[in-house]
Design a protein around this ligand. Structure first.
Ligand code: IMP
Ligand code: MG
Length: 192
């Protein structure tokens, strides 16, 4: 099947595609290679921040040629709006023991930095052998706390995006690409 031109939305609710399905696929292969190299000879414990990192993590770990243990934490800070409304809060905790383990924490997007800073603090307190972070998207311009990811897929401008795990009011996570919603669809009252 021919790949879609970048500017033609894959979904009627998107006004623009920022990262296409093909671009995601290509970048995941190089990210996995960087991760393999960093963890040569070691086992990783991947911790995905769900729901956002679900699709990214599932695709990425299948490209990693190292032994991987997988766990998830749930953090929420967004309600049904396109701006953060609460400080990030842990809603469900780890089940694996991570003491003396090499932890790779995965999130969908690094925005203000508050979520990853909070979870890294939490994990660091559990005496892992190491903690690194990996994000699919990095909105550098939005940082409120100093934070850099060890691995980052794409740098994107300060726009609210959906797709490939990222949601607006829990919708659009299943889109294969990452794009910007049409303005009229942001904050519809019926999506409480
Ligand atoms: P931070 O704590 O501000 O870095 O926010 C990280 C979390 O905010 C991510 O895990 C996402 O769930 C959410 N988020 C930030 N920007 C976006 C966006 O553009 N679209 C969808 N979710 C976003
Ligand atoms: Mg979200």
């Amino acid at each position: 099947m021919p790949s879609r031109p970048k500017k033609i939305p894959a979904h009627k609710d998107l006004e623009e595609i920022l990262v296409s399905e093909a671009q995601i696929k290509r970048r995941l292969a190089t990210l996995a290679a960087e991760i393999d190299k960093t963890y040569a000879g070691q086992e990783l414990t991947v911790i995905a921040i769900i729901n956002g990192a679900l699709l990214f993590t599932a695709d990425l770990i299948r490209l990693i040629n190292r032994p991987v243990r997988l766990d998830c934490v749930r953090v929420s800070s967004y309600r049904n709006s396109t701006t953060a409304v609460t400080e990030p809060q842990l809603r469900s905790n780890l089940t694996l023991d991570i003491q003396n383990r090499h932890v790779l924490l995965i999130d969908d997007i690094l925005d203000t930095g508050k979520t990853l800073a909070m979870v890294v603090d939490l994990i660091s307190g559990m005496n892992p052998a190491s903690v690194r972070t990996c994000v699919l998207l990095d909105k550098r311009g939005r940082r409120e706390v100093a934070f850099e990811a060890d691995f980052a897929g794409f740098e994107i401008p300060d726009r609210f995006v959906v797709g490939y795990g990222l949601d607006f009011a829990e919708r659009y996570r299943n889109l294969p690409c990452i794009g910007v919603l049409k303005p009229a669809l942001q904050n519809p009252p019926e999506w409480a």
